[in-house]
Design a protein around this ligand. Structure first.
Ligand SMILES: Nc1ncnc2c1ncn2[C@@H]1O[C@H](COP(=O)(O)OP(=O)(O)OP(=O)(O)O)[C@@H](O)[C@H]1O
Length: 250
């Protein structure tokens, strides 16, 4: 198995001390979810990988150069759509940056918008779309860049429960088609269980790899009620709970 991402003793520090010290490999085509208590350093790890934060030590692969040249795309909770361009023209912009000839861009953009369930909304401006729809456009635009790796930082965190569940399912179906390697940050155990091949539980700050849970595929809608699955969910919640407990004041 080829590793698409390799972190060896990846250390990130801020003025007030070490924020992360991580050893982890992500296999090509895998979805790995980083899960951990609030403030443990999940986003820090992702941002260091994307080159948005300086690394204090260790090695990272792919290294060298800006993220897009390393085939890395970063997706945040806030969409980064151009508000004056329609959904289709936002996707076309990514195609243009990839060097797709002008005459092919329109059809490819429509095809990507169809894959994310936005047929019929191609000519809408982002301001006229709901939060979930904007995240769909964002996903289509990210896919248009054909990244090898997608780093996703709580991309569905601002969505209501139903839209969030729809987006989780959509992400898995899009991933089944493109097999992009995904490293995804969340603090939602159920979200992790739904999308991940492996869930990496991080310790409180500084973030280090605590435990890794393998989650078998395929997953039917009822899978989460199966005993093995429920047990894993319980174990993860228990581990998270134990990590976030504060000592009693004396
Ligand atoms: N630019 C920065 N300068 C200084 N400290 C920072 C900076 N960014 C993050 N931190 C600190 O580093 C720690 C890890 O933050 P990070 O945002 O990575 O956590 P997280 O696990 O993603 O949290 P959450 O789940 O709440 O989003 C926190 O203590 C945070 O306050």
């Amino acid at each position: 198995m080829t590793a698409a991402i390799e972190m060896r003793g990846l250390r990130v520090a801020f003025a007030d001390g070490l924020a992360a010290d991580v050893d982890l490999e992500v296999t090509a085509g895998e979805i790995v979810v980083l899960l951990g208590p609030s403030g443990c350093g999940k986003s820090t790890v992702l941002r260091a990988l994307a080159g948005l934060l300086p690394v204090a030590g260790g090695t990272v692969r792919p290294s060298d150069g800006p993220a897009h040249r390393r085939g890395i795309a970063m997706v945040f909770q806030e969409d980064a759509l151009l508000p004056w361009r329609t959904a289709r023209r936002n996707v076309e912009y990514a195609l243009e940056l990839r060097g797709v000839p002008r005459r092919e861009r329109g059809d490819e953009a429509l095809e990507l918008l169809e894959q994310v369930g936005l047929t019929g909304f191609a000519d809408h401006l982002p301001g006229r779309l709901s939060g979930g729809m904007r995240q769909r456009v964002q996903l289509a635009r990210t896919l248009a860049a054909r990244p090898k790796i997608m780093l996703m930082d709580e991309p569905f965190g601002a969505l209501d429960a139903q839209t969030r569940a729809d987006m989780q399912r959509l992400l898995v179906s899009v991933w089944e088609r493109h097999r992009t390697t995904i490293l995804f940050v969340t603090h939602d155990v159920d979200e992790a269980l739904l999308i991940a091949d492996r869930i990496v539980l991080l310790t409180p700050r500084p973030a280090t790899v605590d435990r890794i849970f393998e989650v078998p595929r395929p997953r039917a809608p009822g899978t989460r009620f199966e005993p093995a699955f429920a047990r894993m969910r319980y174990e993860i919640l228990a581990a998270l709970g134990a990590r976030t407990e504060r000592p009693e004041p004396v």
